[in-house]
Design a protein around this ligand. Structure first.
Ligand SMILES: [Zn+2]
Length: 96
């Protein structure tokens, strides 16, 4: 008589947590060229626009100090940083 232990390997508990990622608040340091203010912005305050080329790729935000609309070019690294931080991304399609 062999009594087999029940089930063998257990159910992977990790699967229960799949899709449950802790969201850490990300802030980005930014500066305003208008009023020269420096501040930290949450990901939701930033917008990223990805164009066809790196020249048309930029991020923008509204200065909390003076209300100016600031637009700055975003390099590859910044794009990665912003998208990874949950910044809303807009893809500019220049397809004719
Ligand atoms: Zn400003």
């Amino acid at each position: 008589m062999s009594e087999s232990a029940s089930g063998g390997r257990g159910v992977p508990v990790a699967s229960a947590f799949a899709g449950m990622r802790s969201v850490t608040p990300v802030v980005f340091k930014a500066g305003c060229p208008d009023c020269r203010g420096r501040f930290e912005l949450a990901a939701s305050a930033l917008r990223l626009a990805i164009g066809a080329s790196s020249r048309t790729t930029f991020y923008s935000f509204t200065c909390p100090e003076c209300g100016a609309a600031v637009r700055k070019p975003a390099g590859e690294r910044i794009v990665e940083l912003l998208t990874g931080g949950g910044v809303r991304t807009l893809r500019l399609h220049s397809t004719v």
